[in-house]
Design a protein around this ligand. Structure first.
Ligand code: 6R9
Length: 636
């Protein structure tokens, strides 16, 4: 087996390792980077800058991440399964690729990209279903040094266009259509609509999946299978600089449009690998399954890069947890002998709400480690997962991290660290979290609550926001200079275990997906009926948070017209962002609670949405306190 940084085996070793990572970070991360294939070693391990946000890792090094995901394993693991693909419909064919086969497919796809004029540094957008070609295409981009920007295939044409234009992508990869449970969605048609407004795109490569007829634009669109006929199955990897861009991934923040989070090559690689192997403790013959879509960061780091860097067998699932029935996850686990299973609390909560037989009729004997990610897990869901899925024998790693952190930051190490339900636990080696007061004072000691920030760079730290470094600096490094600011609030318990409470900014987390309230408001305000809107999150049993929109219309809306207007607003949101941003509740109001200076008092709207109006706090600064009463009366 390729030599690699050994994994942590005991809690004492974790403590000792953690101490070393803080006492001498550069030596620690130099050691962690041994065992990879470097074309040239670094000259400097870390150039830290938590004020300007210009952090660099392994400067001077040359490498290609796909040589580390694929080529490096060929001698010892060439015939080992790299990727297992489970289709949407359990009755149709699974696909399995060994490391050698995956390597060939990636090389072939890389040659198709090269033959279509894609060059190092070009941005390639991928809008694709969860099929093996998506994984292959992502790696193919990395193989030739193109920057991949995966757009989750639930976003709308407008959202695609925003992302393609922001990245100035020249090539888009897509498919004819996709399966999502019982539904089929014409993906290419959405791309066609998006590209009407994307002058930078000169080529669209379409992967056939459903066999649907699609419109192919002459001179722009080509079928992958036609292009692949001429493409060789070997392709030398492009030599990349440690700090060359690997990918852009758009994510929502508290202001305006989603921003393109940029990760670079070497630091991200070391971080994805290190966190994957230590948190999940995957063994050589394990089957590992992360249910996230590759359109989100979890799919990048823990479906694709982390597992492949570590030489693991990773399972990719096209479908949804409830199709053909709510036992599907458990059926897949038994069918493939999954040992390590990583999913989102929202999925657990939705399955919990179905008859228990859906899970009890499967053995789940193969499972050894469970994980969650994306949002806080409530106690009820934790215990259900522990008892009915993990049969009280599998540790649950509750992994806290963000698109911007590249990989897991705070989590138990499976089978090693103490577990406390609803607590992410302790920081990984290399991660130095602190709790800050609103003014930016560090809060010492345990049993404390504050704003979660990180006071030292780690290899996976966000490098910039694409095309606009100032935005990254302000958002992450400007709030509290000298710290990376997470936007989350957290509590450190009496033993030093962290519990993530939720966002402290105007970001809401719906089923593990991030939305800026401003982003949804901007979408709503595009509707012709609308003058102004305010969006807040409220606790939702399955989604974690639901979206509650308060909307002022141009003209008074009669009761009988209200349904029509609300449907039209929903349509606008679906067109601007996508179905995933549909509000749960829309309340038409005649005014919003504003201060004399014109600021919306969201605190009051949040209380109304939560149904907790007994104590609204100080409303004396409101311009028109009467509006609050009206809103309470009309609450949905
Ligand atoms: C990986 C991912 C990041 C935000 C983050 C936080 C929330 C993620 C969590 C969690 C509590 C956990 N979050 N993991 N909250 N416990 N284990 O989800 O990235 O989509 O960027 O979201 O998700 O609020 O700030 P991303």
């Amino acid at each position: 087996m390729p030599a690699q940084h050994p994994r942590i085996h005991s809690f004492a070793e974790y403590e000792e390792t953690y101490r070393r990572s803080v006492d001498n970070p550069e030596q620690f991360w130099a050691e962690a980077a041994e065992g990879f294939t470097w074309r040239r070693k670094w000259t400097t391990v870390l150039k830290a800058d938590l004020v300007g946000g210009h952090n660099e890792w392994y400067s001077g090094a040359k490498l290609n991440i796909t040589e580390n995901c694929l080529d490096r394993h060929l001698t010892a693991r060439g015939n080992k399964l790299a990727l297992i693909w489970e289709p949407n419909d359990p009755k149709t064919r699974q696909i399995r690729y060994t490391y050698r086969e995956l390597h060939q497919h990636v090389c072939q796809f890389a040659n198709v990209l090269l033959n279509n004029g894609v060059e190092k540094g070009d941005r390639v957008c991928l809008y694709m279903p969860m099929i093996p070609q998506l994984a292959i295409a992502v790696l193919a981009c990395a193989r030739i040094g193109a920057v991949h920007s995966v757009i989750f295939a639930g976003f709308s044409a407008t959202a695609i266009a925003d992302r393609v234009n922001d990245a100035q992508a020249t090539v888009v990869l897509t498919s004819d259509g996709l399966n999502r449970g019982p539904k089929q969605i014409p993906v290419k048609r959405v791309v066609d609509e998006a590209l009407e407004n994307c002058p930078s795109v000169r080529r669209v490569i379409v992967v056939e999946h459903l066999g649907w007829p699609v419109h192919m634009q002459e001179g722009r669109d080509v079928w992958y299978h036609d292009e692949a006929k001429e493409a060789a199955k070997t392709c030398p990897a492009e030599e990349m600089d440690a700090e060359d861009m690997l990918f852009i991934l758009y994510t929502s923040g508290s202001t305006g449009k989603p921003k393109g989070v940029v990760h670079t090559t070497a630091g991200y690689m070391v971080w994805a690998d290190y966190t994957f192997r230590n948190v999940f403790q995957v063994q050589e013959n394990d089957v590992y399954w992360c249910t996230a879509d590759i359109g989100w960061v979890t799919g990048h780091s823990y479906l694709l890069y982390g597992p492949l860097l570590s030489g693991a067998t990773t399972l990719m699932f096209e479908g949804v947890p409830t199709y053909p029935d709510a036992g599907r996850f458990w059926e897949v686990i038994d069918k493939h002998g999954v040992n390590v299973f990583y999913t989102a609390p929202t999925a657990i909560r939705s399955l919990m709400a179905t008859p228990l037989d859906n899970v009890l009729s499967y053995s789940l004997d193969s499972l050894r480690v469970l994980g969650t990610v994306g949002e806080p897990i409530n106690e009820e869901a934790w215990y259900w997962y522990h008892q009915h899925v993990g049969k009280e024998r599998c540790p649950i790693v509750d992994t806290w991290w963000q698109t911007e952190t590249g990989g897991i930051m705070i989590s138990a190490l499976a089978g090693i660290s103490p577990l406390r339900p609803t607590h992410a636990g302790q920081p990984l080696p290399g991660v130095q979290p602190v709790l800050l007061t609103q003014e930016g004072q560090e809060i010492e000691g345990n049993d404390q609550e504050g704003y979660l920030a990180i006071k030292f760079p780690w290899p996976g730290i966000i490098r910039t926001t694409y095309g606009d470094h100032e935005r990254a600096r302000q958002t992450y490094f400007g709030a509290y200079p000298g710290y990376y600011f997470t936007g989350d609030g957290a509590r450190r318990d009496e033993n030093g275990l962290y519990r993530i409470i939720g966002r402290v900014d105007d970001v809401i987390n719906v089923s593990g997906h991030r939305f800026g309230t401003a982003e949804i408001e901007n979408a709503i305000n595009q509707n012709a009926h609308v003058v102004e809107s305010a969006v807040v999150g409220y606790p939702h049993d399955v989604k974690g948070q639901g979206i509650y929109a308060f909307v002022i219309c141009r003209e008074p809306v009669s009761k009988s017209d209200a349904l029509h207007v609300e449907a039209s607003i929903i349509e606008t949101i679906v067109a601007e962002i996508g179905k995933i941003a549909k509000p749960d509740k829309i309340q038409l109001v005649s005014g919003l609670p504003k201060t004399r200076s014109g600021k919306i008092m969201r605190r009051i709207l949040r209380k109304v949405a939560e149904g907790d109006t007994s104590n609204l706090g100080d409303t004396s600064t409101l311009l028109d306190p009467g509006v609050v009463e009206e809103i309470i009366q009309g609450k949905k």
